[in-house]
Design a protein around this ligand. Sequence first.
Ligand SMILES: *Cc1c(COP(=O)(O)O)cnc(C)c1O
Length: 429
Amino acid sequence: MSPSPFDHWITNDEEVASLLAQEWTRQTTTLQLIASENFASPAVMAATGSVLTNKYAEGYPGRRYYGGNQVVDEVEDLARRRLTSLFGADHGNVQPHSGANANVAVYQALLDPGDTILAMRLDQGGHLTHGSPASMTSKAWHFVSYGVTARNDDPEHPGEMIDFDNVRELALEHRPKLIVAGATAYSRQIHPAPFREIADEVGALLMFDSAHVAGLIAGGSHPSPVPYADVVTFTTHKTLRGPRGGAILCREEYAKKIDSAVFPGQQGGPLEHAIAAKAVAFKEASLTSFPAYTAQIVKNAVAFGSALAKEGFRMVSGGTENHMLLVDLREFDAELTGKEAQEVLDRAGITTNRNTIPDDPRSPFVTSGLRLGTAAETTAGLKEAEFEVVASLMAQALRRRSDEAAIGNVRDEVAELCRDFNPYASFTK
Ligand SMILES: *Cc1c(COP(=O)(O)O)cnc(C)c1O
């Protein structure tokens, strides 16, 4: 087992050091196809593991409740400046600990408890914080949910896309105070303009949750919601390839409310080490190499989807326009559940997650779908040809899932591919 280049400080805790080494091996000898994951750069990881973890800094730059924040103020100011310039926004808040925290802070800033929010239903592609009964958001606010259009196998008119007639009807009927655009399991571009039109028609505010696609937006592969939305939230660790965390962009008129909803409204001391790492990621996303990276993510997803379709898998909505594929497994094998596919692929060294598909007859714990993403392995350097190989390896493992030797062969081929495409070699190339 080769030691990772990042855990050299952990010399006095053998148990943790050993676990980190095992995880390093897992990440670099198996394929990471989880759509919400990526490989953060060594510079992002160095900032995350820095002395800034020691500092308390409740408040905002220039207005802290603790002393000793001269340097931290510069760190957070730099992160905010880089963020607003990257997305061309009026105001940015880099303190949310996660995407979920960012969303809840926005609801808290702009709404009163019990107000109506129109958002995408979880089983149609929305996120837990878009009003799932399992989330506290559904207890504090009143959610009405839109979905996607019906399945249509005509490639000229693919279905399973956001149903804007449904969004408008529900908006007119329920008069939400806030409309939420954005999804967690949806492989098409989400156009902000039609959401803005509907929001204006009913006098609602518009929040765009770009958790998944923030990197694609920064790289110019997807339209920016910033000119259309009152508030944009996102995570920094998905396609944006930064540290685990969240961020908020908003129009100047909401800046004060958003800031006080994050702190003291929701969180205590900010994670300044994560904020420094966010600053690093925002700079990386502004480099001229980043648009090429995000364009490759999308090209890889398109090629991956076509190759999977040739193997007999059905892509929900017929394809992809982002980094993600939502695979309906029933066409490939009516018996194969998302749960079993995820487990078989894990044994074959291919890391994925099961996911419900629109109108899934199976429970969210079992599911009929698999969600795949290309962002992480694109960082490692895989291109279209390699993703075609991955599609074929996935099909082999799933077809011969009761044959451990066949799964072992796939695992060996995956390990060989990973030897040629180590993510942490790609950063130094
Ligand atoms: C991932 C995601 C979130 C939440 O992000 P966490 O950092 O996991 O809290 C919120 N909204 C959407 C659409 C997401 O995909």
